[in-house]
Design a protein around this ligand. Structure first.
Ligand SMILES: NC(=O)c1ccc[n+]([C@@H]2O[C@H](COP(=O)([O-])OP(=O)(O)OC[C@H]3O[C@@H](n4cnc5c(N)ncnc54)[C@H](O)[C@@H]3O)[C@@H](O)[C@H]2O)c1
Length: 356
């Protein structure tokens, strides 16, 4: 393996197609590239999301690979394509094995493949659990800002489920100017709650940290609530816990009872994507036989087409779009190339002459 600037290899001496060299970008390089750039990444993710909402991307439904012998686990394929100036295609392939957590290993692991716009050849494989967490947290931070406009800016944040995604969301909120007087923590696992609290203390974040024994206590005392659990079916159904009309980032998608969503304002990232796979909005659609409970998409809010009610709790359920992984992955690739630190695998694609 060599660290070089990418020089396309020509298949034929005088042929038209140039195949980019194949590179591998590890988690250390990804993390180093993204660290401290929260606002820039939120801007990138928001711009890509809006491009998607305008219909300028290709983002087919995610494919869920499940296993009869390991029902709690899954691997999801998210193919996507971005045109315009970015011009990149690709695939995110992300595993969720919740039992990893018992041994201290993260639940999710992932790779992202970037494909060349002109030849279709894959030109990079990136460690992608960090990219996935980053794009998720960036869109959550974008939504928190957009959905709380027009109401008093939340100063009490609460996290239900405190694994890696909660940590990234906190990092992105803090990195984009949010300041909290109080930070609530609730997790079924005391170790996870303590680990998250330790992270908050180490980062020297302002605000009083409270570990809540119940979801009720946390929700009732937070005006920005983040759900980042691994709950497979709804476990929160009590409407009175939300009587103070908080903004809710329902990132784990399956925590809230569908009945509850009938009395809240509901926004999603993409309607067709989100009303699938047993998410709470999907259950609400099945319960009511329609989509009237949805107020709109985050893009509707960003574009000013739909106002955000201030007299109801506001719930944002983002399904997660492959185009966002692709945009962040291409950003990392370009930055690594710019720094002259790309690690190329020489001769990865060996059969480059059709007739030998
Ligand atoms: N919507 C998106 O775009 C998107 C993207 C990435 C991840 N996610 C989701 O985010 C969630 C969190 O991911 P992670 O990597 O941080 O997982 P993780 O396993 O590291 O952490 C999840 C935590 O939730 C806790 N938990 C489970 N059930 C709970 C409950 N009922 N109440 C309180 N705590 C509970 C667990 O003990 C664990 O500590 C997952 O559901 C994942 O699918 C969503």
């Amino acid at each position: 393996m060599t660290a070089i600037r990418p020089t396309p290899a020509r298949a034929e001496a005088d042929g038209p197609a140039a195949v980019p060299p194949f590179a591998v970008i590890g988690g250390g390089q990804v993390r180093h590239t993204l660290a401290g750039r929260e606002q820039e990444i939120v801007d990138l993710v928001e711009a890509t999301y809006r491009l998607h909402s305008a219909g300028d991307t290709v983002n087919p439904p995610s494919y869920f690979l499940r296993f009869p012998d390991r029902p709690a686990s899954r691997i999801i394929a998210l193919p996507a394509s971005i045109g315009g100036q970015v011009r990149v295609d690709g695939l995110k392939w992300i595993s969720s094995f919740p039992e990893n957590v018992a041994s201290g290993l993260p639940r999710a692991s992932a790779v992202l493949i970037l494909n060349d716009h002109d030849t279709g050849y894959p030109f990079a494989c990136l460690e992608s659990s960090i990219i996935s967490a980053t794009r998720t947290a960036a869109l959550a931070a974008c939504a928190a800002a957009a959905l709380s406009r027009g109401r008093a800016r939340p100063t009490r944040v609460g996290f239900v489920g405190t694994g890696l995604i909660a940590r990234y969301i906190h990092t992105f909120l803090a990195g984009t100017g949010w300041e909290f007087a109080e930070i609530g923590v609730h997790d079924l696992s005391p170790e996870s709650g303590a680990g998250f609290r330790g992270y908050l203390e180490r980062t020297g974040t302002g605000g009083r940290i409270t570990v809540h024994e119940s979801a009720e206590s946390l929700i009732s005392s937070s005006d920005l609530v983040v759900f980042a659990t691994v709950a497979g079916r709804p476990h929160v159904s009590e409407r009175s816990w939300f009587d103070h009309d908080p903004v809710v980032l329902h990132v784990s998608l399956r925590d809230l009872a569908p009945e509850l969503l009938l009395s809240t304002a509901n926004f999603v990232d993409d309607v067709e994507h989100c009303l699938k796979a047993g998410t709470s909005p999907h259950l609400a659609e099945q319960l009511t036989g329609g989509r009237e409970f949805l107020d709109g998409t985050l893009d509707d809010v960003l574009a000013g087409r739909v106002p955000v009610p201030t007299d109801r709790p506001v719930v944002f359920s983002p399904f997660g779009l492959g185009v966002l992984d692709l945009a962040v992955g291409k950003y990392v690739y370009d930055e690594v190339v710019r720094a002259g630190e790309l690690t190329v695998i020489p001769d990865f694609f060996h059969e480059l002459r059709r007739y030998g």
